[in-house]
Design a protein around this ligand. Structure first.
Ligand code: 13P
Length: 329
């Protein structure tokens, strides 16, 4: 094993123990941070599981390797703990696209609708919403609301919103936001790659445009895509989501070939090129200096109280939904 990594691991283990802290990472941060989270008894997960894991830990401090909304969710669910993010500038284009004042105006123009927001939003947006969802639970939750004749506002991701509508036929008023990573996948180039490889499976995160989703063999949350990569019978796997997820996929299937869905087309250049610039702000160096900077996330008490209601509703729904689906299957 890489000697440098072994030394870093030893250091981080002590560092976390001495500071009574746990490291929780998203699949989109770099491989080294994912490994450190795994090897120190923390976790690497999708955004929903990160939130649930944090609530089950005895440590007084949680360090979130991811983006700001993930840290805020940890704070909302664990207000008694100290929550630290590796870089406070690590935001998310979806979160940024949905600012409180214009969103409130949008919601006021549809007063008869339930407000359902994606986890990739600020704590303030969650606090004025009825439901929070992640990609892993969005479809069953929206279906459940529609079965009670509830009308829906969806924010902020227009592509995930369109995907939910395509899958369920449920009418929703959709906010106009997008993820800068997923929005850049190129349909013609993806078709060419599929033809070139022949035997392959295409795994797509639902934050991608419809024309990319239409080429997918599996569409789902980061966890669903990782599981699908392992189950796939194809030797070649094309992945349309942030590149750092490859670490988990390659670990589970070292014999398979993984390809990034193309982000550069003929005559077009990519900006994010399959990398989230904010996830990239998470580094080892910043991690080991986290308690010397201004990295603790603090939120207004009322915002925490209100946002907690809509997040807890999702968690309760998710627990019930999976209990019921296992009972049926
Ligand atoms: P998941 O909930 O699937 O982990 O996605 C989080 C995210 O930020 C995708 O861009």
């Amino acid at each position: 094993m890489n000697i440098q990594y072994t030394e870093k691991l030893k250091f981080v283990k002590n560092f976390l123990r001495q500071n009574d802290a746990k490291l929780i990472a998203h699949y989109y941060v770099d491989e080294e941070l994912q490994k450190l989270a795994e090897d120190t008894g923390g976790c690497v997960a999708d955004s929903l599981q990160m939130a649930k894991f944090g609530s089950q830990q005895k440590e007084s401090k949680l360090i979130i390797a991811g983006v700001r909304f993930m840290g805020e969710t940890a704070k909302i669910l664990n207000p008694e703990k100290n929550i630290y993010v590796i870089d406070k500038d690590a935001t998310c284009s979806l979160d940024e696209s949905c600012q409180l004042e214009p969103f409130q105006k949008f919601c006021n123009s549809f007063p008869d609708r339930e407000i359902v927001v994606y986890a990739n939003t600020s704590a303030k947006i969650k606090a004025i919403s009825d439901w929070v969802v992640t990609s892993s639970i969005a479809i069953p939750l929206v279906e459940n609301l529609a079965s009670q004749n509830k009308k829906i506002i969806w924010a902020p991701d227009k592509y995930l919103g369109a995907y939910i509508q395509d899958q369920t036929g449920i009418d929703m008023k959709i906010w106009n936001g997008a993820c800068i990573v997923h929005e850049e996948y190129k349909t013609i180039e993806l078709k060419k790659l599929i033809t070139h490889l022949g035997d392959c499976d295409v795994l797509v995160h639902p934050e991608s445009p419809r024309s990319i989703i239409q080429l997918a063999d599996v569409v789902g949350s980061t966890t669903k895509l990782i599981n699908a990569s392992q189950k796939s019978k194809s030797k070649n796997i094309i992945v349309a989501t942030e590149k750092n997820i490859f670490y988990q996929m390659k670990k589970l299937s070292p014999e398979k070939n993984f390809f990034e869905a193309p982000t550069e087309g003929e005559g077009a250049t990519c900006k994010s090129c399959g990398r989230c610039p904010w996830m990239d702000l998470n580094t080892y160096k910043k991690l080991i200096n986290i308690f010397t900077g201004n990295n603790e996330l603090l939120l207004d008490e009322l915002v925490i109280r209100n946002a907690k209601k809509s997040i807890n509703r999702m968690i309760e729904f998710e627990d019930k939904f999976y209990q019921e689906s296992t009972r049926v299957s």
